[in-house]
Design a protein around this ligand. Structure first.
Ligand SMILES: [Mg+2]
Length: 341
């Protein structure tokens, strides 16, 4: 267990102690079968990895260091114990890599549901992850800090997760054996950019992680900051998996779950070409928001300009909807971060 969790599993509560002068960031994410993964598509290791990666990526986007994570898991009665073991292998493998303790959680049996909802005819798997991080007081990088004239940057390459998901949907058998976290599988084993986020704490004005896609997440950042943006199409780094697809640019602009970081910084900031081994690309400029103007403009290769609408990523909502629409819509809404000051 890391030093941040003073007391973990086995007592009534975990006790966490942030470093002196630090404050605490908390994020929570639901991972739902048929919404975020499918039992017949995803190896359990990938499901465990992905549900933790989402939380750690949110911490990275604040410039926070992880302190502890918590996992509540509901599984149907007939689920083989092996599935949970393999899920935990994936979850704990990523936790170990980032030296973060699983400091508590809960397990329950999920209620049986009709065959219409669960193909297995029992219940659904639901995992809730709470990730707790720490950041020096007042230094968390927020979405609302972007300033007119800032340059816009992103880490890594975009569209790979959406491209891999598309080939998974085409041929789900091909991927059953990817049971180990491996680079080159951005959908199955995304890599939260914690080390990069920490380094950017002193350089970035505003930051967000790319969970819903560049167009959607940049819109969030611009709205929070009260600014607009111009993106240079030619500068957008397209992932090699997306490059072979029919619509590489669409995947890079709108594909979700890349978990790269999107940030802005002043023009005098010295942004390295690589941080912690991850390439950084300058992809655009923050500008003034116009009352009737588009929030984001895409400057195309032939010097044309077109509005870029938020065309985000909807997980599997198009495949199958679980539960009442209003509830699932609310669940899909990002939870606001709590800043304990
Ligand atoms: Mg986020």
């Amino acid at each position: 267990m890391g030093t941040a969790a003073r007391l973990g599993i086995g007592d009534d509560c975990a006790v966490l102690r942030p470093k002196a002068g630090y404050e605490v960031c908390v994020t929570t994410d639901f991972t739902l079968e048929e919404r975020h993964f499918r039992r017949d598509w995803h190896p359990p290791e990938s499901v465990g990895h992905r549900c933790l990666a989402r939380g750690l990526s949110d911490l990275a986007a604040m410039g926070a260091e992880p302190m502890a994570v918590f996992l509540s898991l509901a599984v149907p009665a007939r689920l083989p114990a092996k599935w949970v073991d393999r899920f935990l292998d994936g979850f704990l493998g990523l936790a170990r890599k980032h030296r973060v303790a699983l400091a508590g959680g809960d397990t329950a049996q999920s209620p049986a549901v009709s065959n219409q909802i669960s193909k297995q005819g029992d219940g659904l798997i639901l995992a809730d992850v709470v990730a707790v991080g720490q950041v020096p007081r007042g230094k968390a990088v927020l979405r609302r800090g972007a300033r007119v004239g800032d340059w816009i940057y992103c880490t890594g390459a975009l569209g790979g997760a959406a491209a891999e998901l598309a080939s998974l949907a085409e041929n789900s058998r091909r991927f059953g054996k990817i049971t180990k976290a491996a680079a080159g599988h951005p959908h199955f084993y995304p890599e939260p950019r914690l080390a990069v986020g920490r380094r950017l704490r002193v350089l970035a004005h505003a930051m967000i992680d790319l969970s819903d896609g560049l167009s959607t997440d940049l819109t969030h950042l611009c709205k929070e900051s009260g600014v607009a943006a111009v993106i240079d199409e030619a500068a957008v780094p397209v992932h090699s998996l997306a490059a072979g697809a029919e619509n590489p640019l669409d995947l890079a602009l709108h594909g979700g779950e890349d978990y790269e970081l999107l940030f802005t910084a002043g023009r005098s900031a010295r942004i390295p070409q690589k941080v912690a081994g991850v390439p950084i690309h300058r992809i655009g400029t923050i500008c003034e928001a116009r009352r009737r103007g588009p929030r984001i403009v895409l400057e195309t290769r032939n010097r044309g300009r077109m509005p870029l609408e938020a065309g985000g990523y909807e997980h599997f909502r198009q495949v199958k909807s679980v539960g009442p629409r209003s509830l699932t819509t609310r669940l899909a809404t990002p939870v606001p971060r709590l800043h304990l000051r």
